[in-house]
Design a protein around this ligand. Structure first.
Ligand SMILES: C[S@@+](CC[C@H](N)C(=O)[O-])C[C@H]1O[C@@H](n2cnc3c(N)ncnc32)[C@H](O)[C@@H]1O
Length: 291
């Protein structure tokens, strides 16, 4: 049964990763922030492009990723990695500018604050693990970054499970009811998210309350011609899976006019929790990660 589940996840993760790569490169932004970058190979891929890439993640991840990538792309200063905590605004600004505190200039002036230049920030695989208070902090910081530096924030974290379930439905076609039931029970327990961005009825209100405007773009629009995870499928199944991506959206967010969120400062995320999760995911989706 797990063998049937796994292709569904692999397809979704590969599609998300590849579509975001394409969107970033076609967006016209010269600077992109990958928060969290995890162990993906995006920095290596972008080292062949004319784009400034900031990979950001918790310190333990950066400690592993940064030297591995540096080894491969020696001398490319457009690619850099930074230890941050997404719930801590100062750490994000410091990563972008080299400033020790926002507003105070440090030794490396990495990014100017001209909003015309802008940042394209992508978030893949983090928001589902946040509590409501952590989520609010991250949203508040993203809005503030966009106001200060200009740009857009993109995620599809809140549509990931919907996409996975629809892909599984396609893959399960023709299976008997008992197997389908077993799969449904198995997947229902996999993701239990407790924040408002993951409640389909609440997400848009929540984004608005946080002072952001959202435009939803079908992931299909940025899907590459080829996905490795679809290679073994019949053309008919391949097409059916690709169709799913017309109904799964990237949420493209920009600051809304005249709104300002009112969010209390609350506790941070535990790095340990993340480590358990990323170790597990690296084993499950090896194609996308650096080894
Ligand atoms: C499931 S991984 C996703 C990584 C990558 N974007 C991908 O698609 O593979 C989640 C990542 O979020 C990072 N993370 C968790 N909490 C964080 C925080 N407060 N600040 C920055 N990164 C965080 C973890 O360290 C981990 O690398």
């Amino acid at each position: 049964m797990l063998q049937k589940l796994r292709p569904g996840f692999n397809i979704m993760i590969e599609a998300r990763f590849s579509a975001a790569n394409r969107l970033i490169l076609e967006s016209g932004f010269s600077r992109t922030v990958d928060l969290p970058c995890g162990y993906t190979s995006r920095g290596i891929r972008f080292s062949r492009e004319d784009i400034r890439y900031f990979g950001m993640d918790l310190p333990a991840v950066i400690d592993a990723v940064a030297p591995a990538v540096r080894e491969l792309i020696r001398g490319n200063e457009r690619i850099s990695y930074h230890a941050v905590d997404a719930t801590n605004y100062t750490s994000l600004v410091r990563a972008l500018t080299g400033e020790k505190e926002p507003g105070r200039r440090g030794s490396i002036d990495q990014v100017n604050r001209d909003p015309k230049e802008g940042l394209l920030i992508t978030t893949e695989g983090m928001l589902m693990n946040l509590t409501q208070s952590e989520l609010e902090q991250v949203f508040m910081h993203m809005r503030r970054l966009l106001l200060e530096f200009g740009g857009k924030w993109i995620t599809m974290d809140n549509e990931l499970v919907k996409g996975q379930n629809r892909i599984l439905e396609v893959l399960m076609e023709g299976e008997d009811e008992a197997v389908r039931g077993q799969i449904a029970r198995k997947t229902a327990g996999l993701f239990r998210v407790e924040n408002r961005f993951f409640d389909e009825n609440e997400a848009e209100h929540f984004v608005g309350e946080m002072g952001l405007r959202v435009e939803k773009v079908p992931l299909y629009d940025y899907l590459p011609e080829q996905l490795h995870s679809l290679e073994q499928m019949s053309d008919e199944k391949k097409q059916a899976v690709r169709e799913v991506f017309k109904k799964v959206n990237l949420w493209v967010m920009t600051p809304g006019e005249g709104q300002s969120p009112n969010v209390p400062v609350r506790k941070r995320i535990s790095a340990h929790r993340w480590h358990a999760l990323t170790g597990h995911l690296k084993l499950r989706f090896p194609g996308v990660w650096i080894h």
